[in-house]
Ligand binder design. Structure first.
Ligand SMILES: *Cc1c(COP(=O)(O)O)cnc(C)c1O
Length: 352
């Protein structure tokens, strides 16, 4: 059935191994982040086979799908107050930056007769989650009062909201916080988690502070792309995941619509470039399923004109003799496309 994502498991394995081995050389464990494929258990297993230390996901429902895998599981997104019991049941470790939530986790862990490990998140400038560094001495003593909570380590998230790039400077601040916490409170921090795929470029030089011993990697593994500068990581595949969609209309039509232009289906006023008559094709996939701005046609003669909920409209003018209705058009994808393709119930998966 189409549309479908064709997954090359060997390429995913290779990507994982390259990233994991690079990290290991610097004493860094990699938790593979599974949210971009909605925690597909087959793919999570491929990454574990290739050496990923554990699994991390932002959603508890995704960790539930992966319950049967024997590995360490991290909940990346701060727990909601309403899900603390599930967090205790399904996550070995959760990321946290609110005392009220940590206290509820403590109660839930006590009820379940468990110890729950947390990574205390610090905000080093990206302005998404995290305590401010100057709060450290108010926060840590409060957490230490929670008998069923263990501070496994500290962490930071960068380049997600504010676009702040991880550097020796800001990650040294995390290292300084780790040393401060250990020396002041006489506890050992097992994990100092230095970010996501935007930290991968630091594995190449000598700029990664030595205490950073963990990264959570999604994009860098599935697409082989480091996320600070958008470079392909040497040796990795950018086509482990391919979208295939079927042509349902193929006609020569004008490049400019005829009539008075109002708003499109999404409330935007579209603009068009007059290229005369062109060969237009429609493939059966749409905004329900994909962010079309993050798709790359493998046949580089094809360009993307636009999309509505269920239709993706392509310009085939440069390749018009070679296609007909019923043909399959293939695309590589960027992160935003992949995220939605794996969430859409209309998209099949073909494992190779
Ligand atoms: C999504 C996420 C990651 C993984 O990000 P990538 O850029 O895909 O590697 C890591 N950490 C946190 C907290 C996340 O939410």
């Amino acid at each position: 059935m189409y549309p479908r994502v064709v997954i090359d498991q060997k390429k995913l394995y290779e990507n994982t191994k390259i990233v994991v081995d690079k990290a290991k050389e610097k004493g860094v464990n990699v938790h593979v982040v599974t949210k971009v494929h909605s925690a597909d258990i087959k793919l999570a297993q491929v990454c574990l086979d290739a050496g990923a230390y554990g699994i991390a996901d932002s959603r508890i429902k995704n960790l539930k799908k992966l319950e049967s895998l024997k590995c360490e599981k991290i909940l990346l997104r701060l727990p909601m107050h309403s899900e603390v019991d599930e967090v205790i049941a399904l996550a070995d470790i959760s990321f946290n930056s609110e005392l009220s939530t940590i206290k509820l986790l403590d109660v839930a862990a006590a009820k379940a007769n468990k110890k729950h490990r947390i990574i205390v998140m610090f905000d080093l400038g990206d302005l998404r989650e995290g305590f401010l560094p100057e709060e450290v001495d108010q926060v840590i003593p409060e957490i230490l009062k929670c008998d069923h909570i263990v501070i496994e380590g500290i962490g930071v998230n960068l380049t997600c909201y504010g676009g702040v790039i991880p550097t020796h400077d800001n990650l040294s601040e995390l290292e300084r916080l780790a040393n401060h916490i250990e020396n002041t409170y006489h506890i050992k921090l097992n994990v100092v988690s230095g970010g996501n795929s935007s930290s991968l470029y630091l594995l190449d030089g000598s700029d990664l502070p030595s205490r950073i011993n963990n990264l959570r990697i999604g994009e860098g593994i599935v697409l082989g792309r480091e996320a600070a500068y958008g470079e392909q990581i040497e040796g990795t595949n950018d086509d482990a995941f391919i979208l295939e969609a079927q042509l349902i209309e193929y006609k020569t039509k004008a490049s400019m619509p005829k009539g008075i232009i109002g708003m499109d289906a999404f409330g935007n006023k579209p603009v068009f470039e007059d290229k005369g008559m062109i060969k237009r094709g429609i493939v059966a996939v749409g905004r329900h399923d994909v962010d079309h701005g993050a798709l790359i046609p493998i046949d580089s003669r094809i360009t993307i004109l636009g999309a509505s909920s269920d239709h993706l409209i392509l310009d085939f003018t440069a390749a018009q003799e070679e296609y007909e209705v019923g043909d399959i058009v293939q695309f590589k994808m960027e992160y935003g496309a992949m995220l939605r393709l794996f969430t859409s119930e209309y998209v099949d998966r073909e494992y190779r």
